[in-house]
Design a protein around this ligand. Sequence first.
Ligand code: ACM
Ligand code: ZN
Length: 535
Amino acid sequence: MKRLRYLLITSLALLGCKQVTASVNIIPQPTCIEVKKGCYVLPEKLTIGYNNEILEPAAQYLIEKLAPATGYNITPKKGVKGNISLQLTSPVNQEDESYTLQSSIEGVTIESSSYKGIIHGISTLRQLLPYQIEAEAVIRGLKWEVPAVKIQDAPIYEWRGLMLDPVRHFYSVSETKRLIDIMALYKFSKFHWHLIDSQAWRIEIKKYPMLTDKGAWRNPKEEYIDVACEQRAINEKNPVMHLPQNYFKNQDGKRLYGGYYTQDDIREIVAYAAVRGIDVVPEIDMPGHNWMATQCYPWLSCGHDGTDPLCLGSDSVMQFCRDVFKEVFELFPYNFTEIGGDEVGRGKWANCPLCQARIKEQNLGGLEELQSWFTREMEKYFNENGRRLIGWDEILEGGVSPTATVNWWQGYHGDVVQRSTAGGNEVICCPTTYCYFDYPQDNNTMRTLYEGDVVPTDLSAEQKKLVKGMQANIWCEYIPSEARMQYMVFPRALALAEKAWTTQSQQGWDSYLYRLNDHLMRLSTMKVNYRPLNE
Ligand code: ACM
Ligand code: ZN
């Protein structure tokens, strides 16, 4: 009880609001909560009203979330208030993610000037209900109470991301959707999808079918990471380290491992994320990390030798890159697209006559400048197609255009954010130091992230404005299954969600940990294989 009172007092002081009670355990912590007397009990004949047709998918989504556990007959109603009312306020501003949620004995109202704000209100409403609301089947004998509150809430960063790598190991459409679904509950805004790498090509490109016919599959006996995962499964007696059997197929007497997303699959995932207020950011990593593409089409490589990286001296290769992105732009409506650009083995370009001719013709200083020339050429193409380019922080090397956005990942290069923002580039912070969710965890890892400076503190006010936000990266070399992925990602992703949503003065480890307990039960109910707090 002493601990509880301490939490109440600190939360009150932090939020500057009238009252906060322990039964309201929301992550990320809302900007302002007033808890009032009483609660609203969901009625068996529940209606969800909405005032604008663009909220119809949000109403359907809320029904999907409330119906299984309650077993209630829930009807959406346009133009009517409803027991739960979703209200788009005017003027509509789709960039404004703030929302207000008010509940009383009469019902619940969520208001926002944007679709995304309404979705955030829905996530808060779910978290106000008992955690059992996340169950897949009817739970009887529970009152579905929403405490009476007024919540006013808005994020500090627009970019609150998770990056998933389905290349090293494949994740099906339904596994990907499950991750996106949990992201929505914690108000993440961007799903960065790393779709190609040296070990596989996972996105169907109609003009180059071999990329997936051949490049989405491999012999796991010949791939180091596959052998290593299987070995760990045995050594550590850990079944979630095995390669999932459903991603194997027999072909020409060989047992191959892999999979890919058809263009229809991609559209399905993009639409699913959009309903949940999440933008999907595709990454087609170029010009490095392309061993598999060069195996499929050896002419993509210097000397046509079928090894990484792409040959930037070849006009056909430049055309290939544009062709791939043309199909990508048609599939992904969000205006930011990732070109990657990390860890390029540039040395090979030194011995390639075509790459050397390009350097000469473009009057470039050397190999770094050749990559920089490529990135600028691609950025022109992105911009002509209404897209903005993001790249890993190596795109700074050799000079970067001020309109490119930089993904800071090399935590050991602490000056990247300083340099990028000084040059006018926007930055997304995902340094190895805190944000690599493939890195092993101990009992302090989540606290180190929660209390760490994911955004460096040495920036001027002008530079701070160029920080778009934060994300964590889930590289999957040693994460072969969904269960293993969930173990690596949760619950620490909730710490990142709170950091990216709240100001530092709203954050407090004790309060977070207290609220987290409720969320661990919520994650269990959702059958998420999270890492227990003290293992
Ligand atoms: C990276 O981790 N190579 C971006
Ligand atoms: Zn070359």
